[in-house]
Design a protein around this ligand. Structure first.
Ligand SMILES: C[S@@+](CC[C@H](N)C(=O)[O-])C[C@H]1O[C@@H](n2cnc3c(N)ncnc32)[C@H](O)[C@@H]1O
Length: 516
């Protein structure tokens, strides 16, 4: 609508700038603007307002600020969302979670919004927005992607006294959504005033690492403690800690170490590919005060540690142990007793041939709290990356994990006779040096000399190489090829499937595929 000259005087002051801006929630926005017009109240004619809004966009001057943070109780509060696409769905989902009484107006809706409507969780008006739809609303969202409609909604929101968030149009917004971390009753909201949503997202991810799930329980405990203190001394007599912070066992390095009990997390880092660490393992790594790691842990994983974390290398490779196990146990115990969150990062899974059991025993004996975060064992991950399914209905329904370490030194804990007779897939950890002896045992007890064996060096990493040979000749071929640790040995008919399903390109190197 063309502005009428008589009304121009209302618009003498520029209200806002035309900066690039975004919504901190991650929903993209394009251009910044609004500031509430100061001055005496007046009756606003719709034509004025339409004109005035477009003038805002053209003006320069004051920077917009959504700088006043509040947390609002939306339980039972009427909220209207105009539009029902993907962005609207995210808004609606959060509103429903907050207990708002939601009405959605849109001719078409996403399947999720449709199903919430079908379940009676919200009211859905399947039509375009009409003036009057915001009647009674306290909060409104315009998520139509249609500038004209959104501006109509803006006008009605002003008339109704409802606060509006218009997706992608900050010039129409009364409020924007922050990036949020939730841990039970703990809510952390991050805003860059919409100026750097990417940064807000990164900060949120960092906070998620620091304030992991336990913080929900921490708030509960702190609240319970507060209630007890309020109820008077008799209620606290014989109770637990008077300081809620001491309940935060290992809950994150952002709390002061003094007065807090430490905790050790025995975390599996996965077999080599750094992306194979679990989400929980990664979060703990980002939060840890101290990280104690092994030789098989890829150093790039350690880049995820927070700045200031103390890293201890206690690696062992073959017979070259840098630190005796007893000293490693003692280090974990001392760091935890100093109130620190300790991550003991081990290759693969901590409880598979990783001495994780021994460390857990030592921690338990010392009365130090600990948790185990399983990892993808080399026994699982390495054959998978080599295209070998360890079980297959056509070949075997048995799988054994064994260590080759004990075989060469007189002890014989593995029942080779039993495995020679069956069709089990045999996965051997640390089996490179003992391979000639293992092959000899299996052949002596009747395993087929043509049974295929895969020896996978540096599995799951960019340097992965695989040698396949028949059981009778594998030891000599491994020796000729100069296979180096870490290497995993897989024995069984399932190895043949590699011909069909090896899905990963490997390094061209000295390893030759033997005939099987
Ligand atoms: C001390 S064990 C630790 C196993 C670990 N806890 C796990 O669950 O994978 C080390 C052995 O695991 C196997 N291994 C570990 N990482 C490997 C890799 N990337 N490629 C091949 N074998 C690997 C090798 O047999 C190596 O000698």
């Amino acid at each position: 609508m063309e502005p009428r000259s008589g009304r121009r005087r209302f618009l003498a002051r520029p209200w806002v700038s035309r900066r690039e801006i975004d919504d901190d929630s991650g929903d993209p926005l394009r251009v910044a603007l609004p500031a509430r017009r100061p001055g005496p109240k007046r009756v606003i004619l719709l034509e004025d307002l339409t004109w005035q809004l477009s003038d805002w966009q053209l003006g320069g001057g004051k920077r917009v600020s959504w700088g006043f943070p509040i947390f609002v109780n939306l339980q039972g509060v009427p909220v209207v969302v105009i539009g029902a696409g993907a962005v609207a769905e995210r808004k609606v989902s959060a509103l429903l979670e907050a207990g708002a009484r939601v009405t959605v107006v849109a001719p078409d809706a996403t399947p999720a919004i449709d199903s919430w409507a079908a379940d009676g969780r919200l009211a859905l008006k399947r039509r375009r927005y009409e003036a009057g739809d915001l009647r009674g609303a306290r909060l409104a969202y315009a998520a139509t992607g249609d500038d004209e409609v959104n501006r109509g909604v803006r006008l009605e929101a002003l008339r109704e006294g409802a606060w509006l968030n218009a997706v992608d149009q900050p010039d129409l917004c009364d409020f924007i959504s922050p990036a949020v971390v939730r841990r039970g009753d703990l809510t952390l909201a991050i805003s860059t005033n919409g100026r750097a949503p990417g940064l807000a997202k990164r900060i949120r991810e960092q906070l998620e690492g620091h304030f992991h799930e336990e913080y929900g329980a921490v708030v509960e405990q702190a609240a319970a403690e507060r209630d007890r203190l309020r109820a008077g001394p008799s209620a606290t007599a014989g109770g637990a800690s008077a300081d809620p912070a001491t309940a935060v066992e290992g809950a994150g390095s952002s709390l002061p170490a003094a007065g807090r009990q430490g905790r050790v997390f025995l975390v599996g880092a996965g077999p080599g590919d750094i992306d194979l660490i679990t989400v929980k393992g990664l979060k703990l790594l980002q939060a840890a005060d101290v990280v104690v790691y092994d030789a098989l842990v890829d150093k790039r994983v350690l880049e995820c540690c927070r700045r200031g974390a103390c890293l201890h290398y206690v690696g062992k490779r073959d017979k070259r142990h840098t630190k005796p196990q007893a000293e490693i146990n003692e280090l974990l115990i001392q760091e935890a007793r100093a109130g620190r969150l300790v991550v003991r990062l081990k290759g693969g899974d901590p409880f598979i041939f990783g001495r994780g059991g021994e460390e857990a025993e030592a921690l338990a004996a010392a009365g130090v709290a600990f948790e185990v975060v399983p990892g993808v064992s080399a026994g699982i991950g390495v054959p998978a990356y080599a295209g070998i399914p360890l079980t297959h209905r056509d070949f075997t329904s048995e799988l054994v994990f064994v260590t080759g370490h004990e075989c060469g030194n007189g002890r014989q804990p593995v029942d080779w006779k039993r495995y020679a007779a069956g069709s089990a897939s045999i996965v051997i950890f640390m089996g490179l040096h003992s391979l000639p002896e293992v092959a000899r045992q299996l052949l002596a007890h009747g395993r087929d000399p043509e049974c295929p064996v895969a020896v996978i060096e540096n599995g799951t990493t960019a340097e992965q190489r695989t040698l396949v040979a028949p059981l009778a000749r594998v030891a000599e071929q491994v020796s000729a090829a100069g296979v180096q640790p870490p290497a995993l040995v897989v024995i069984g008919e399932v190895v043949r499937l590699r011909d069909k399903i090896a899905w990963r390109r490997e390094q061209q190197g000295s390893l030759v595929e033997g005939a099987i």
